[in-house]
Design a protein around this ligand. Structure first.
Ligand code: ADP
Ligand code: MG
Length: 652
């Protein structure tokens, strides 16, 4: 129907409900944005305990309960109006914002596109206020019993904006976004207790009163303790503190990069470039640092009002911020590196010439104080090696041992991690300092001693073979009674991992890494069916996987020899293998396949520089396991040249 000209041309003010919907389009993009806004309100209200409950990725229900200071009835009624805020009064305030919110539109916007219930009580009111709003229309205001704090429940989000509704993604995706906001907020506020429940399942439970480092571990696992160093800097213009990864411990993803400016999680090109600039050539192609950085700066120096969701900020003097970060972080990286010196730059400069490393350059008697480059712990003095007890040592000692010697057999730790060339810089900068106390804060809590049965008890030096060095970063060169031996280090490592892992599996004692925040993986329908059928076997193998609705699965534990970024790949590869068996597959074959895939992924890459003690450790373990001669692919692990053969060839 053609519109009448008067309807087409007349200018009019939009009704409030429509304005709110339009605003909602900016602020409320998806369920996670609701969670973000409501979390921010709870934090601004001084809450120390925040519980987020969602159903079906927030598409059906989002509810946030906090113990903040709450509101009285009059404020509650105002709060749901557009442009109602208690956080700024005049324009000047806009330039000294200390709170997360200030625009006064979140509640109104959310309430305009959902069924919205607000329960709130401050410390002075008699009874709590309940307000119910449907699609922007106030339906009810009343009194109700409720303790001090606020609970906001949002149901049927976007029920009246079908276009938005259509754009919502799968439950898993929406939930990932929600989880991400919780992670961000919980890192910015480690003193707050956060919980996230999804479809009645408690996904996150992050106890309050924590320090940032504990929070990082709660969220991302113990392994982060070993890759991070503290940074701290203060000057009049800005202050920052936090954790960054050692230059030798880059990741292949930007996933673990968090910047907080005045406690707000933000994107900031100035800061990002500054940090990357500081790492400089430490980072290879496709490598990224991990950082958790809290920056404090005079609110007048930043503009947070760049984006409706307040995720971006601008610095008045971004060049200065950039310069400070490049200078200070690169200095911290270099300081950290020198502290990790372990007194062998000679051996290494020779080695790079000849591609050999070995005891020729390294007198055994030299009292080396080895510093673990992974935990910042002092490595036990080499001379005492033989006296190391086979029983579980005390915590500190175990950690040091774990992160240097034993970890030769674990994934994310020394041997398994690729050690780029820059590691040399870290290890061999010529400043002889014994330990690296600041590298990892001493108050880093030790949650648990890992179950090391997979890799211990471990003899320290092989009995029948003596390591001479390494060739082409791929082969261990050694001698035994018969002659010279060359060992394919990767094949050896893989085989050992397989044997240890299969052994642990048999005993139902597979050491695992546990995630607090489940890792969600999305599978194809075929894969899902296979996975459902193999849940028991996977569980036995150290993968605690739970169906999460549809073809989404939550992974809560993985075998310790893997790292978290390998999970999806490994699971899919296992399923691929299982698919080959079809219905014929039975227990043992399935377990064998799982072991093969896991040890293949857990083992070191084909080329990796190894320290002498690491090679000794590998060979000692090899002897312990009965000196297997063949790899999993059934090729020889080693070749021997007998003395006779060598002599014959040399004296021809
Ligand atoms: P803003 O946070 O930008 O001020 P909102 O629409 O998010 O705007 O909230 C409006 C007002 O409602 C806030 O300024 C605050 O006074 C009040 N409010 C919202 N959520 C809470 C809460 N959980 N506890 C106490 N007060 C709240
Ligand atoms: Mg707000």
């Amino acid at each position: 129907m053609p519109q009448s000209s008067s309807a087409k041309n007349s200018v009019r003010i939009l009704p409030e409900s429509l304005i709110n919907k339009i605003a909602a389009g900016e602020v409320v993009e998806r369920p996670a944005s609701v969670v973000k806004e409501l979390l921010e309100n709870a934090i601004d209200a001084g809450a120390t305990d925040i519980h987020v409950t969602v159903k079906n990725g927030g598409k059906d229900l989002i509810s946030i309960l906090d113990n903040g200071w709450g509101m009285n009835e009059a404020d509650a009624q105002l709060a749901v109006e557009r442009h109602a805020t208690s956080k700024i009064i005049d324009e000047e305030d806009l330039f000294r914002i200390q709170t997360l919110g200030f625009r006064g539109e979140a509640l109104a916007a959310i309430a305009s596109v959902s069924h919205f219930e607000l329960l709130t009580c401050d410390d002075e009111s008699q009874g709590a206020t309940r307000i119910f709003i449907k699609g922007g229309y106030l339906e009810q205001v009343g009194k109700i019993g409720f303790p001090q704090g606020t609970k906001i429940t949002v149901e049927r989000l976007f029920y009246n904006t079908p276009a938005r509704l259509k754009f919502l993604k799968t439950t898993a995706t929406e939930l990932q976004h929600i989880q991400q906001h919780l992670i961000q907020k919980s890192l910015a506020h480690p003193h707050i207790h956060f919980r996230l429940t999804h479809n009645r399942q408690l996904l996150l439970n992050l106890s309050g009163g924590q320090k940032l480092q504990t929070r990082i571990q709660q969220l991302f696992g113990e392994e982060f303790k070993e890759i991070l160093m503290t940074v701290k800097h203060e000057e009049t213009y800005l202050r920052y503190s936090g954790f960054i990864s050692f230059p030798s411990k880059p990741r292949t993803s930007r996933r673990w990069q968090y910047i907080f400016v005045n406690e707000r999680n933000v994107k900031s090109p100035a800061i990002n470039h500054g940090i990357y600039g500081a790492y400089g050539t430490f980072l290879g192609k496709g490598q990224h640092p991990v950082f958790f950085l809290n920056l404090e700066i005079d609110p007048a120096e930043i503009d947070v009002n760049v984006h409706p969701a307040k995720t971006e900020i601008r610095f008045r003097n971004s060049q200065l911020v950039h310069t400070i970060l490049v200078d200070q972080i690169s200095r911290a990286l270099k300081d950290g590196a020198s502290r990790r010196f372990f007194g062998r730059e000679h051996a290494h400069s020779n080695m790079s010439r000849t591609e050999m490393s070995g005891q020729i350059e390294l007198p055994m008697e030299e009292p080396l104080t080895l510093v673990s480059q992974y935990s910042g712990m002092t490595f036990p003095n080499r001379k005492k090696r033989s006296s190391v007890s086979r029983e579980l040592p005390p915590r500190g000692a175990l950690k040091a041992k774990h992160s240097t010697e034993i970890s030769a057999f674990t994934a994310e730790k020394p041997l398994a991690g690729i050690r780029p060339v820059q590691e040399k810089f870290e290890d061999h900068t010529p400043t002889k300092t014994a330990a690296a106390p600041e590298a990892v804060p001493e108050n880093f809590p030790e949650n648990e001693i890992r179950n090391l049965r997979l890799i211990s008890p471990l003899p320290e030096v092989p009995k029948k073979i003596r390591v001479l060095g390494q060739f082409r970063k791929s082969y261990i060169i050694a001698e035994n009674d018969a002659g010279l031996v060359m060992i394919n280090q990767r094949a050896l490592h893989e085989r050992l991992l397989y044997d240890c892992y299969a052994d642990a599996l048999q005993k139902k004692e597979v050491p695992v890494l546990t995630f607090k925040a489940s890792l969600l993986i999305e599978l194809t329908p075929q894969e899902s069916v296979l996975l459902e059928q193999s849940l028991d076997h996977l569980e036995l193998s150290g993968f605690a996987v739970n169906p999460f609705g549809g073809s989404t699965f939550a992974v809560n534990t993985i075998p310790e020899i893997l790292s978290s970024d390998q999970v999806e790949k490994v699971v899919k590869e296992i399923l691929d293998r299982l698919a080959l068996f079809g219905k014929r597959g039975h227990g043992e074959e399935i377990i064998h396949d799982i072991c093969e895939v896991v040890s293949a992924h857990g083992s070191m890459p084909a080329e990796q520089e190894l320290e002498l003690f690491e090679m000794e450790c590998l060979l000692a373990q090899w002897e312990e396991m009965g000196s297997p001669l063949f790899s999993l692919q059934e090729s020889p692990i080693l070749v021997e040249f007998s003395v006779q053969e060598l002599e014959r060839r040399l004296n021809r």
